[in-house]
Design a protein around this ligand. Structure first.
Ligand code: SF4
Length: 230
């Protein structure tokens, strides 16, 4: 498996915010978000080949009970199902952070952290080296989202830049053939610096108050800035 990094930190986003966790970031992604904050795992994948045995040994070297499989897109990483099962057998709680473009196929997972991408993610054609169309074709797969929802405890996280994104979010939810409690829908401000994130907070919080969605901070940016290994 091609791995960009393994690190021990606290979860910065979602229902498990603040929980000490080991993160396994696989390298490689089936999308190319224009605002991707981990380009070293998507646009320019970096890392090293590691066996499942090596990854498990590395993770077990940390005291955290929680493990987050993230990317890039971890669901396209070779051996991800075996890795998740092995880590669970070793007693870890498993979160899979995925854009939900790939079927779960029975992966071992305690929390499916689904982050479908709205059109604000689509890269400009001129700078995307052919990825513009592929990203647009791939990014939203309501039937795949439904399969994750059917099989797992889940949260649905959306990166929101402006209030205009919310109509698109509603349109997507209408296409997912499952009832989804509003409290499972997390709105996260787009941005990789504190000023940008805080600048979007007021709008997002008002939307959450109005529609019952849940506001989701990016604590890791507050605490560490946009840095690898956090
Ligand atoms: S899905 Fe995630 S890792 Fe892949 S390009 Fe988008 S933000 Fe980056």
């Amino acid at each position: 498996m091609f791995v960009a990094e393994i690190f021990h930190s606290i979860q910065g986003e979602g229902e498990l915010t603040g929980v000490p966790s080991v993160f396994v970031r696989t390298s490689g992604c089936d999308l190319r978000c224009g605002w991707c904050d981990t380009k070293y795992a998507s646009w320019r994948p970096e890392g090293e080949e590691m066996s499942v045995d090596e990854i498990v040994a590395n993770v077990l070297g940390y005291s955290a009970d929680y493990c987050v499989l993230t990317g890039g897109e971890p669901m396209i990483a070779k051996g991800i199902h075996e890795l998740a099962a092995r880590l669970r057998s070793a007693g870890k709680h498993i979160t899979v952070e995925t854009a939900a473009t790939v079927l779960p196929n029975g992966i071992t997972c305690d929390l499916a952290s689904l982050s479908p991408k709205l059109s604000n993610s689509t890269p400009a054609a001129a700078s995307a080296n052919g990825w513009n169309e592929r990203h647009e074709r791939t990014r939203l797969q309501p039937e795949i989202i439904a399969q994750w929802i059917d099989g797992y405890d889940f949260q649905l996280k959306f990166v929101v830049a402006t209030e205009n994104d919310l109509q698109e979010l509603d349109d997507l939810l209408a296409l997912v053939p499952r009832p989804i409690p509003r409290s499972k829908i997390l709105l996260m401000p787009e941005g990789t610096d504190i000023a940008t994130i805080r600048g979007r907070d007021e709008t997002l919080i008002e939307v959450c108050k109005r529609q019952g969605y849940r506001y989701c901070n990016r604590l890791q940016i507050d605490l560490f800035g946009n840095k690898k290994g956090t």
